[in-house]
Structures are given as structure tokens and as C-alpha cells.
Design a protein around this ligand. Structure first.
Ligand code: NAG
Length: 403
């Protein structure tokens, strides 16, 4: 079974397109269902939070009868809010967009809604560190998370860590190591401000017997240049990671050491801030000793938590079945050997829709390759309504530095 999945995944990886989208106001996608005898209706756009444009037969359509529909992502109707260059709002978000062969849990319905929801919730957001965006979000290669982010004010993104095609072009042999790690790392940084430098590493420390053993988990680095209305600008260094799942403390501390060595190798001037975003898979409450060890290895400090939410992985979430679970796994910390903030907080925030939207929630459909519509008869748990856009809440770091 393992070999079969590796073959599948190699195919996915090689067709994955990561090119930076052109800034286009309202991106569109042709969708169709039931090909070759298509039964697509205009309501199908709404499944993904998109608006219907027209019916027809799009380029490369597989419909012999019936039609496809053209759907558009609506222009944002709320404004972004400007803040001074010496403050930064940075979000760490595990978006739970795993490959189809691992699960069907609304990856497409949820990820298509993420940019509009974040813009509405957090209009002054500067930068986002994503994890678990393995397929690129929304409609792979057609209307991706990057297209939607660009439309919603985040036109700058780093490449996905470990994505094979673009990395091969850069000649970076670190990223050419494949072996059993056939999945990309799922993480990238999206920014409202220009990314003036980017880089990535893939962890050597990883448990080969976990799903993580197949994924090029590592760190995505972006240096961004934030400019404000008065023309002042400031450089920020963001490191976004997704650490090993499970209980192996040595691997987690080892990964932190790799991340810190990466920071040191980049020789970032000590008067610039360095922030560590990510899903560390270490609970603030139950694993506090390990968390301290990881933060000490990173030479990082965790800011105080604020706000009413006490967990980032929470039973209250529509995608959780264990109602009592509550853990805090995601962080926005800072390096204390670089510029220190005068004020910093971390808050768990819940990207969600007010109204539930249906998905096929069938985590057991391992090796069922490809998308399942919410009402697909093959789906064990069809038309399952969710409001949450991921199984994790996001963590918002609010930072202020000396003027
Ligand atoms: C940052 O952006 C400002 C303009 O907004 C520019 O003048 C400055 O040179 C940029 N700095 C770097 C290091 O890119």
C-alpha cells in the first residue's frame, strides 16, 4: 500500500504548479461534475463560497453533454487597515489541507473560503505562516489559495517548502532530496508586503514511521519589508514551521536545533526582529517542559497569551469528534538574540463562517484519489455541515517594536 501511495504522490508533486500568480482582481474557475454527462448547476459555485458567472463549456472541459459553470471569487468588500511599520500582526495557521489519498474533510470547501474570512476578521493582518497546505488550496493549479490571497491583499508568497518542480529550477540541492519524502512540506508564507528574501530547509530529524516521514516538513523563511502611510519601513524575518507530530521529544528538540542553525546561517542583523511561527505539535499545558526546551534551543521567547480562547486544537471545533479535547499547539514566538519587541501577545482566533456549509467528511477514505462532492453517495458522512475552516484555530501574534 505504501508503494502505491508513493507512486500516486509523485504524480501529484510533479504536476503541482507554484508560480506566483499575477495580480488579477477577481479570479475565476470553471467547474463541472459528473463528466462526461455533466450535471453541474449554478449552485455548485456556492459549495466553495464562489459566485456564479455563467454556464458553458470551459477550456479543456470533459463534458460531452450538460455544461460546466464558471465561478468567480467575489471582490473583497471590506478594506484593509493600515498600521505603523514598527508594529506587526502575524498569523500562524495550520489550514488542514491534506492530500485526498489521506482524507476527505472539506479541504476544498474550507480552503477556498480562507482568504476572504481572514481579511474580514483581521483587516490589519500583515503576514501569514501557513502549514498543511499540501495541494495548494481551493482548486489546484486553477484557483489556488495563492490566487485568492493575492486578490485579498496578500500578493507575495514564498514557494511551498520542498515542492519539487520550482525548487529544482533553483538548483538548490537541499530541496532535491526526495527518498521517501514524496510529499511537499505543506508550508509557505503569505505577505501583504514585499518579500525581499526567502529560503527554506527540510528537517533531517523526522520519524520515518509517521506520516511526517513522507512529507518534507521543514521551515519556510521570508524577510518582508513593511511600509506605512508615512513612508517609514521596517524589515521583519519570519520563520514558519510545522514540527513532527507525536511524542518524540528528541526529534522535536532536534528540529528546533536545525531551525536555529538555519537562522544563524542566514546571519540576520541583530537589530532586525526574528519571529518563529508555526504548529509545534507541543501542548502549552501538558508539555510545558518540552516546550521550554524547544524555545530555549530556538533562543526564543513566547509572548503572553491574551483573549478568551484557551486552545488552538479544540473540541468545540466542528472538525473534531472529541468534544473535550483542548490543547494549544501553535505559536508566534520571537528570537531574543534579535531586536526585542516592546510589546507582544499571542491570541487564538477562530476562522469560521457564521453559517455551516456542507462537506464530505470521510477521513477513512484512504487512497480514494480525487475530490468528493459533499453529497457524493460514496461518502460515509455526506453533507456534513461545518463552520470552521480548519481543525486548528489560528494564532495571531501582535508585536510592537521600538519606533
Ligand atoms: C523597503 O521599502 C522601501 C519603500 O517602501 C524602500 O525604500 C526600501 O529600500 C526597502 N528596503 C529594502 C531593504 O528592500
Amino acid at each position: 500500500m505504501m508503494l502505491v501511495s508513493i507512486v500516486f504522490v509523485c504524480i501529484i508533486n510533479t504536476v503541482l504548479s507554484e508560480s506566483q500568480p499575477q495580480l488579477q482582481p477577481d479570479p475565476e474557475v470553471w467547474i463541472e461534475r459528473g463528466a462526461p454527462d455533466c450535471t453541474t448547476t449554478e449552485d455548485d459555485c456556492g459549495v466553495f463560497g464562489l459566485e456564479y458567472v455563467r454556464s458553458g463549456v470551459g477550456e479543456g472541459s470533459a463534458c460531452d453533454t450538460g455544461t460546466a459553470v464558471l465561478c468567480r471569487s467575489s471582490a473583497p468588500h471590506t478594506s484593509l487597515v493600515d498600521t505603523p511599520a514598527h508594529t506587526l500582526a502575524a498569523l500562524s495557521y495550520n489550514a488542514f489541507e491534506r492530500n485526498w489519498f489521506m482524507s476527505h474533510d472539506g479541504q476544498r470547501e474550507r480552503s477556498c473560503r480562507v482568504p476572504a474570512t481572514l481579511r474580514r476578521m483581521l483587516p490589519d493582518l500583515d503576514v501569514i505562516g501557513f502549514q498543511e497546505v499540501f495541494m495548494g488550496g481551493c482548486f489546484r493549479g486553477k484557483l489556488t489559495l495563492r490566487h485568492l490571497l493575492a486578490q485579498h491583499g496578500f500578493p507575495y508568497t514564498t514557494r511551498t517548502v520542498g515542492a519539487i518542480i520550482p525548487q529544482a529550477v533553483t538548483d538548490d540541492d537541499n530541496d532535491m532530496r526526495v527518498g521517501f519524502k514524496v510529499l511537499n512540506g505543506g508550508m509557505f508564507v503569505a505577505s501583504r508586503w514585499p518579500i525581499v528574501q526567502e529560503d527554506s530547509i527540510i528537517y533531517e530529524n523526522a520519524d520515518p514511521l509517521s506520516w511526517d516521514g513522507f512529507s518534507k516538513k521543514g521551515v519556510s523563511y521570508a524577510k518582508i519589508n513593511k511600509t506605512d502611510a508615512s513612508g517609514r519601513w521596517k524589515l521583519y524575518n519570519l520563520f514558519s514551521t510545522h514540527q513532527q507530530t507525536g511524542d518524540n521529544a528528541d526529534i522535536k528538540v532536534g528540529q528546533a536545533a536545525e531551525q536555529r542553525a538555519f537562522v544563524d546561517r542566514l546571519a540576520i542583523p541583530p537589530d532586525q526582529p526574528v519571529l518563529f511561527l508555526g504548529d509545534y505539535n507541543i501542548d502549552l499545558y501538558d508539555d510545558d517542559e518540552l516546550l521550554s526546551a524547544v524555545m530555549a534551543t530556538l533562543e526564543a521567547t513566547l509572548p503572553a497569551t491574551v483573549g478568551e480562547r484557551e486552545c488552538t486544537s479544540d473540541g468545540e471545533n466542528d472538525l473534531h469528534d472529541d468534544e473535550k479535547s483542548c490543547s494549544w499547539l501553535d505559536y508566534v514566538a520571537f528570537s531574543h538574540t534579535h531586536e526585542k519587541p516592546t510589546h507582544a501577545t499571542m491570541e487564538a482566533v477562530r476562522p469560521m463562517q457564521e453559517e455551516g456549509f456542507p462537506i464530505c467528511f470521510d477521513e477513512g477514505k484512504i487512497l480514494r484519489f480525487g475530490y468528493l462532492w459533499p453529497d457524493d453517495e460514496r461518502c460515509t458522512n455526506k453533507n456534513y455541515a461545518v463552520r470552521d475552516l480548519s481543525d486548528h484555530f489560528a494564532v495571531l501574534g501582535r508585536y510592537m517594536f521600538p519606533e
